[in-house]
Design a protein around this ligand. Structure first.
Ligand SMILES: NC(=O)c1ccc[n+]([C@@H]2O[C@H](COP(=O)([O-])OP(=O)(O)OC[C@H]3O[C@@H](n4cnc5c(N)ncnc54)[C@H](O)[C@@H]3O)[C@@H](O)[C@H]2O)c1
Length: 361
């Protein structure tokens, strides 16, 4: 019998990539997603195109239009499926959006995660449980590291952080945003189910996770949204820091590959920072440059002096712990490869939309 992968947020960027990847590796996929992204972000966040893609690409894909806040529903479904691995990627993922919807944010990110952990403990405590956490658990503390200003980006001036932010960095006593705080709650709970109950859990504290399958919107999915703006000739808004704020970007398939490595060799209550690392980091100004090279179109933008609350000025992940625990894992897509794929995907999706509008109009 095929091994069973239970994936929440299966129509999102990471969930869909993980579903395809685990399916190719012999798993039967049970996906949970109620298209809440369209509720959080409106029609542009709609992920129903991804559900159609999953059904086409994964022949025996089984979908559950279930809300992870539905405790009874989640307990019953996990007990019925008895998964061999749980990958939890469903979330309210935007720190700006969270302030307007704190109950929805906390109920989804913190309580929804607890529902899944407890469901796993009751039905399949030996199944590896991988939780997508975020670098926002560090709050704005990374902004206290001394920086140096380069021509197109900020960088750490303290040699202690030459490889990036390690997992030992404090998550305490800083401003996280409402989203960051709800993710701290889930991150700590996932660790606790590992440490207290001995379950094979891990938190992956993501930098910028990206790829061609993102439904990027202004409030979430920086590179995907930036590329879309470029192709459509829309204005991209830069919020503060001179546009030199640095993000490390990792292709969603490299995230899926790490999750699979963890499944094969799980540990209890672990925490990893996962991102593109220094090599795949870029500032917004540098991202404009690369995207323009691929599309040949100038990037329109406006600059607003006020930065986003709690936004990191410079953040890239120290990947050394991941690499030491899982030496066979490495990044396979460079930043340029990833941006090229995003450009191609948006050109295709927007081309199809335009063609459809042409036929209908
Ligand atoms: N994309 C990034 O740059 C990034 C960075 C750091 C951390 N993360 C984390 O990774 C995870 C996945 O992010 P993503 O970029 O794939 O987000 P996404 O929004 O593309 O995917 C999340 C999916 O979860 C679904 N969902 C939301 N609430 C739900 C609910 N209550 N019940 C069922 N389904 C629900 C949404 O419909 C969506 O399809 C999140 O936990 C996010 O916080 C993402």
């Amino acid at each position: 019998m095929a091994r069973r992968a239970f994936i929440t947020g299966s129509c999102g960027l990471i969930g869909s990539e993980v579903a395809v990847y685990f399916s190719k590796n012999g798993f039967k996929i049970y996906g949970v997603d109620n298209n809440q992204r369209a509720v959080f972000f409106g029609p542009e966040g709609d992920t129903s195109w991804t559900l159609r893609r999953l059904r086409a690409e994964i022949p025996d894909y089984q979908h559950f239009n279930l809300d992870i806040r539905d405790r009874a529903g989640i307990l019953a479904l996990v007990a019925e499926v008895k998964p061999d691995v749980i990958i939890h990627t469903a979330a309210q993922p935007s720190h700006d959006r969270a302030a307007a919807i704190p109950f929805d944010d906390f109920d989804t990110n913190a309580v929804g995660t607890l529902n899944l952990l407890e469901a796993a403990r009751r039905a399949c405590p030996e199944a590896p449980f991988v939780h997508m956490s975020t670098n926002k658990v560090y709050g704005d503390l990374p902004n206290t590291i001394p920086l140096r200003e380069l021509e197109t980006r900020w960088d750490y001036a303290d040699p202690q952080y030459e490889h990036g932010i390690p997992e030992t960095f404090s998550i305490d006593q800083s401003k996280h945003s409402i989203f960051g705080a709800s993710k701290v709650a889930s991150d700590v709970m996932v660790q606790e189910y590992g440490r207290y109950f001995g379950m094979p859990t891990c938190c992956l504290r993501g930098g910028c996770l990206t790829g061609p399958n993102h439904s990027g919107v202004e409030l979430h999915g920086f590179l995907s949204y930036l590329v879309r703006c470029n192709i459509e000739g829309r204005e991209y808004k830069i919020y503060g820091y001179k546009g030199k704020q640095v993000r490390d970007n990792i292709h969603s398939e490299d995230v899926a590959r790490f999750m699979h490595a963890f499944y094969e060799s799980p540990r209890c209550g672990e925490v990893y920072n996962i991102g593109g690392g220094k090599e795949n980091s870029c500032s917004i100004l540098e991202a404009f440059q690369i995207v323009q090279e691929f599309t040949g179109k100038p990037q329109k933008y406006t600059y607003l002096e006020q930065n986003r609350i709690g936004d990191h000025i410079c953040y890239y992940s120290d990947l050394r712990k991941m690499k030491s625990h899982y030496p066979k894992w490495s990044i396979t897509r460079t930043l340029r490869d990833t941006i090229r794929e995003i450009v191609e995907s948006w050109e295709e999706r927007l081309g199809k939309q335009a063609a459809k509008a042409g036929i209908e109009g």
